[in-house]
Unconditional design. Sequence first.
Length: 131
Amino acid sequence: GGLIAGLVTLGVELIRANKADALDSAKRQDDRQLGRHAFQREWLVALQDAIHALWMIREHGTPAEMDALLAIAKIQSRIADPDVRALTQDFLTENLKRSVGGAADPASLAKVTGIIEQILERTGELIRETF
């Protein structure tokens, strides 16, 4: 009788320990995922802010434009989403063309505006996914 009771107790304790380990592992995984989401959210918001700042600089004309482009390129390197990275690269390329070639024609401005809208839409989606 005592042997069976001991085996049952041992079995119950093993099951309890396995459940505790699984719960702990799941919590660590959730914590890592939350950390990744927070990291991406931070850089997606920074990208939105930097693009907006550059656009305002463009509209009002200031020598800080190249600094803003460099800041966007730095932020781009921290974004995991390939669509946002590609759109940001398109944005940077179009802005560099404008910097080299001078004033932009209406078609170029429309293209850049379209790229900005796509970036803001996609980053907004990604930010909402991280909550």
